[in-house]
Design a binder for this molecule. Sequence first.
Ligand code: NAD
Length: 361
Amino acid sequence: MAVYDVTMIPGDGIGPEVAEATRRVLEATGVKFNWDHRDIGMAALDKHGELIPQETLESIRKTKIGIKGPTTTPIGEGFRSVNVALRQELGLYANLRPGKTIKGVQSTFSDIDIVVVRENMQGMYSGVEFDAGKPETAEVIAKINELNNKKVDPSAAISIKIITEEATRKIATFAYEYARANKRKKVTIVHKANIMKFTDGLFLRVAQEVAARYPDIETNDRIIDNMCMQLMQKPDQYDVLVMANLYGDIVSDLVAGMVGGLGVAPGGNIGEGVAVFEPIHGSAPSHAGKNEANPTAMILSGAMMLRHLGELGAAIKVEQAVEQVIGVGTKVTYDLREDRDPSKAVGTSQMADAIIAAIHA
Ligand code: NAD
């Protein structure tokens, strides 16, 4: 039987608790793992003096697969977001965020099954920014004003949105390959090409070129604002959505809200031959160390990892066990209870115990 080398990054805040719950659930499937425990975020800053230690990156490059808890980004100048930096360092160009209704999780919506595919490396997250009032900003603005009819106010702060043909082709191909492999019927290209004619115009054009190679999958496109409204009005008409970075960040949280919030929303960051799975939620510092955080999002990220490894049977076991425990509703964390009463809820590790019992049942 295969033993999978996996880099395990517990992260900060509630991270270590939900990561431990996830490790136990994944092992309960019978799949064998050789965990390489590594630090990132505040835990790494304390121990190694840097937010993303080289040894953590090297471990993921070697194992090719990581599972990560949330990290706290320290507030203050000079700190990049750990997650953005990790995605850039490892070339994790595709962010995969499925939003699927779990019976028993409170939500205004029901029967949601939408997958957001977000470009992870460029767009508004290129990291090319110029602060207001700085000499280099004045230089950039002067050059823009020389080249462009529309003048930029010299007091402006500037962020550069970058969209390349190559990156768009990659993310669109990823979305269509995902759709085909997972028997999804439709891909919607989301953009704002009516206003951002060059950047989003390029995204739409290239994504449509890719779409032409997948005649078995229906394609349409939506302008981002209309997309948000339509998700509220007729979510059943949408299947896989592909979009640039910032739109994907926002729409995937919207979809997470439609299936009951951050506590149940998993995610994966996928590159060429390397992938890191992580819940969408943050480190929720106010819940840290209290054994009360909901482990579902990270456990479902673990199920996504199992699918990625080709362990489909084990992934389904985990997903069904999570659904069963939440469906019964007695051994769930406080946030999954209608009354949100912590005295009637169980803790993180007890919810994991219930999921493990359901796997073994
Ligand atoms: P957050 O996701 O930590 O918390 C938002 C709200 O959701 C809080 O009320 C929190 O209590 C609740 N919540 C989140 N996950 C939960 C869970 N599993 N169980 C129960 N309740 C849960 O977002 P935030 O407060 O904006 O950020 C806190 C820290 O996390 C910041 O430092 C931020 O930079 C970081 N962050 C990290 C990631 C990541 O590592 N992927 C993502 C988002 C935020």
